[in-house]
Design a protein around this ligand. Structure first.
Ligand SMILES: Cc1ncc(COP(=O)(O)O)c(C=O)c1O
Length: 248
């Protein structure tokens, strides 16, 4: 019998050595941000994470609601505060329904796991965030990735799709690494023509684009599903997705 413990230790050691050799060795302690520094590298685009008004509000909410949700939202973890946040999201972004998550990452995972079955197809921009690509790999649907912002390639991949299974196109409003935007009008048109659903992760557009910080939807096109995070420009943590109710 092999000694699992030492076999795994050796494997991890080897993998760490490879990463070191490739210059990919990263430790979060190396870039701990000092309190007195100004941080231009983060995603707190509006400086809200340190805003005294937000800090005060958070303190008031802690006093009122405590530090933990105590249970899953389907048991007893869904409070009037969560409902109020859902309502405000719907109001602000113009959707009839919204659902909250502990992070944008979780919102993306939940979306791709729940919406698609094994006969369905998922089309993702190649530069989509890891939370989307990984969820797509684990989802029972067949995942295809189109070249970054390449609508002709997306059309080609859609055309190969065997009908009548369901298709979902997923892109980002503002891309996390390059900061460029996706052609939302074209994505909307293609989804419309092909009968696919269209989801947009606006983690980096929300709070930044538009008169009221409503993000990429301010550029005109409105996705069937909009995913947002509260952990970047909004200065907090958590995420949500908004969409149209199945009752409509
Ligand atoms: C495009 C994109 N989607 C989702 C996420 C995940 O958001 P969160 O940090 O709230 O989990 C990120 C952040 O890393 C992101 O860049």
């Amino acid at each position: 019998m092999t000694d699992t413990r030492s076999a795994l230790t050796r494997r991890y050691q080897d993998e760490l050595t490879v990463r070191q050799q490739q210059g990919l060795w990263r430790q979060s302690g190396d870039n701990a941000v000092a309190e007195s520094w100004r941080n231009f590298a983060g995603n707190d685009y509006l400086g809200l994470a340190q805003d005294p008004r937000l800090v005060k509000k958070a303190q008031q909410h802690l006093e009122r609601w405590g530090v933990g949700a105590t249970a899953s939202p389907v048991v007893s973890g869904f409070t009037a505060a969560h409902q109020s946040l859902c309502d405000q999201l719907c109001d602000w972004l113009g959707y009839p329904q919204a659902i909250l998550f502990n992070s944008g990452f979780a919102a993306n995972q939940a979306l791709l796991f729940t919406l698609l079955g094994k006969d369905d197809a998922l089309f993702q921009d190649k530069l989509n965030h890891a939370s989307l690509i990984e969820a797509g790999l684990l989802s029972p649907a067949t995942q295809r990735r189109f070249r970054h912002n390449d609508m002709a390639h997306l059309r080609q991949l859609l055309a190969k799709q065997i009908q009548p299974s369901a298709s979902l196109i997923v892109s980002e409003g503002v891309f996390s690494m390059d900061g460029d935007v996706s052609p939302t009008e074209s994505l909307a048109a293609i989804a419309n023509q092909s009968g696919a659903l269209w989801a947009l992760d606006d983690a980096h557009g929300i709070g930044v684009l538009g008169q009221e910080g409503e993000g990429s939807i301010s550029r005109g096109a409105r996705p069937d599903i909009l995913i947002v995070t509260f952990g970047k420009a909004l200065g907090g943590g958590g995420g949500g997705s908004a969409g149209f109710s199945h009752h409509h």
